[in-house]
Design a protein around this ligand. Sequence first.
Ligand SMILES: Nc1ncnc2c1ncn2[C@@H]1O[C@H](COP(=O)(O)OP(=O)(O)O)[C@@H](O)[C@H]1O
Ligand SMILES: Nc1ccn([C@H]2C[C@H](O)[C@@H](COP(=O)(O)OP(=O)(O)O)O2)c(=O)n1
Length: 230
Amino acid sequence: MQPTSSVPVLTIDGPSGSGKGTISRLVAEALGWHYLDSGALYRAVGVAAAWEGVDLDDDAAVEACARRTRIRFADAPDGEPRVLVNDQDATDQLRLETTGAAASSIAAKPGVRAALVEMQHGFRQVPGLVADGRDMGTVIFPDAAFKVFLTASARERAERRHKQLMQKGVSVNLDSLLGEIVARDERDANRAVAPLRPAPEAVLIDTTGIGIEAVVARVLAHVRGNGITP
Ligand SMILES: Nc1ncnc2c1ncn2[C@@H]1O[C@H](COP(=O)(O)OP(=O)(O)O)[C@@H](O)[C@H]1O
Ligand SMILES: Nc1ccn([C@H]2C[C@H](O)[C@@H](COP(=O)(O)OP(=O)(O)O)O2)c(=O)n1
């Protein structure tokens, strides 16, 4: 159980490519709050397991790997935070779609999820936290004051990811990317533990055809309209 906390939390959940990371970072910056990229934790465990040759079918071994993996977010001069996995910079590997698929697969294991709960709660620090993931509003921060669920059509999400990867010099086929994203969403939404779904009280925002600035403005209006002033 999470200790009671008066630190306000805004949760932003949604499927891959819905804009969680982008919107969460910008909103956190505008509010002056901390930011938790929970997907990076699952990705980091996937990378650590691959480095260590852990058998992904062995639930106990993957859980043990999740418990011993050290994950650190470090600010970088160019602005994009680096993610250190067991003290090694794994940022570029973390963003690969193959790493996302591995993360989705190990994230279905209850022991792995349990291993990462405490670390996630540790990000809840004054003056506030924006938390991005799949189960932020439903499981990790059920008492969050503000909950948002972002969606967009699967094609638009695949196109966004395609553009993003191309900009990073990673060449991928749009149709296979679309197939991978749909398969990952299905696995995330249909698993038994902490499935991807909106909290009943979450504000749903379909971002298809809506630009980043407009989405940020809607999220900020939701938070500021409910008593937060920064
Ligand atoms: N509303 C939007 N309109 C257009 N592009 C967007 C929008 N939101 C995010 N993006 C772009 O889509 C890509 C994926 O966004 P990201 O924040 O990584 O999504 P997620 O964290 O949900 O997987 C990024 O390149 C981002 O700039
Ligand atoms: N809170 C979370 C965050 C991510 N996961 C799992 C499921 C996702 O497919 C993978 C990767 O998540 P991540 O948010 O990094 O992926 P996207 O940026 O949305 O493509 O991790 C999860 O189960 N719970």
